[in-house]
Design a binder for this molecule. Structure first.
Ligand code: ADP
Ligand code: MG
Length: 349
């Protein structure tokens, strides 16, 4: 392969950059965390450790045990529009990675001070620091993986700083986000710290354990698996669809639908139609006005999902979205019909 000696991280062409749904990426501390966590997942990490000080403008740290970067890739990665994940605009359609725009690290470095320590397993790792726009590259010791520390976020953007809510609210957003990633990727161990105190962690041993870790044994443990596979027609193109996840018993419900977690192709998404489909699958098992706690992971062919429609990638466009929602409802309904819900006590059988 003639490309093996080429650097992994490359600059995208102007034409490609124009087709990327950019917008302002770093609007608050939780966005820094999201971008760094996505990079860790794209690097194949088995563990992702996040720590936040104050409202997150003071300090955010994300450490992973992923594949790390060689020195020249690390130096290039913090520049605008550099990525190892796509080469050209056409790759956007088939991108299976969480990132693809090559702008997160540069945008973070622009909004605050960044220190990136990384090693791809070679004897000497690399530290890249950008302080007030000054880039330095040094040797650093580190096991394979990457740690990024961001400090003084929005230090020179008083308006941005003022638009932030209280530290508790800003951290709350980080916490929700970590929950969403941890449930979308339950084979990865996550931990979250606020002001030096651990607030959440998942063991990386599957969805049931992640649910128990985040929602407690009573809610997370009292759940049943959903596995549904079907062929669907997505706007005149046939596709195989897989729905899997866990559905907490209707004995524990919530007043909002925020605890219906949906992931599409490994990416947590805020999709009201899909959340509603999950709730519809519970049907009359839900007391009126109550919403379930559930995790549903949907796998679709890459061509059916366009993640490039929202700057924060919180939404995706799904081709044939109604057919997908119907399949989700069916899968949830089937799983609950066959589950032994009597243990939950509240459902008369
Ligand atoms: P994108 O994720 O869209 O490619 P980023 O600016 O987030 O853009 O990252 C630029 C590049 O830096 C990535 O394509 C990847 O090659 C490298 N990179 C960033 N974070 C990590 C990490 N935690 N581990 C390994 N490589 C990373
Ligand atoms: Mg990225």
């Amino acid at each position: 392969d003639a490309e093996t000696d080429a650097p992994a991280v490359r600059e995208l062409s102007e034409a490609t950059v124009e087709r990327i749904a950019a917008g302002e990426v770093i609007t608050r501390p939780a966005r820094v965390v999201a971008e760094l966590v996505e990079n860790a997942l794209d690097a194949g990490a088995d563990r992702v450790d996040v720590s936040v000080d104050g409202d997150g403008t003071e300090r955010v740290r994300v450490a992973d045990d992923g594949r790390g970067m060689a020195r020249e890739d690390a130096a290039r990665a913090v520049e605008p529009h550099t990525t190892s994940k796509i080469r050209a605009a056409d790759d956007l359609r088939e991108a299976t990675t969480m990132g693809f725009r090559g702008e997160a690290l540069a945008a973070i470095a622009d909004a605050g001070d960044i220190e990136l320590v990384t090693s791809d397993g070679s004897p000497v790792g690399t530290r890249v620091t950008i302080t007030d726009g000054d880039k330095r590259i040094e040797d650093a010791g580190r096991a394979r993986g990457t740690t990024v520390v961001v400090t003084d976020l929005f230090g020179d953007r008083p308006a941005r700083r003022e638009s932030l809510a209280s530290p508790a609210r800003e951290f709350g957003r980080v916490s929700e986000l970590l929950t969403a990633y941890a449930l979308a990727r339950p084979e990865v161990a996550f931990s979250l710290e606020h002001d030096g105190r651990e607030t959440a962690s998942t063991p990386g041993t599957g969805l049931r354990d992640a649910l128990v870790a985040l929602y407690g044994r009573e809610t997370g443990g009292e759940s049943t698996a959903v596995t549904h596979r079907s062929g669907v027609d997505l706007a005149d193109r046939a596709a195989n669809l897989a729905v899997e996840g866990r559905l907490c018993y209707p004995s524990t419900t919530r007043s909002t639908r925020d605890h219906v977690h949906v992931a599409v192709n490994g990416r947590p998404v805020r999709d009201d139609a899909l959340r509603r489909a999950v709730a519809r699958g519970y049907g009359s098992l839900l007391p009126s006005g109550r919403e379930p706690v559930a995790v549903v992971r949907i796998d679709l062919p890459a061509w059916a999902v366009d993640p490039n429609v929202h700057p924060a990638k919180a939404r995706v466009a799904i081709r044939g979205a109604d057919a997908v929602a119907d399949a989700v409802e069916t899968g949830v309904c089937e799983a609950l019909t066959t589950a032994d819900l009597r243990r939950s006590g509240e459902v008369a059988m």
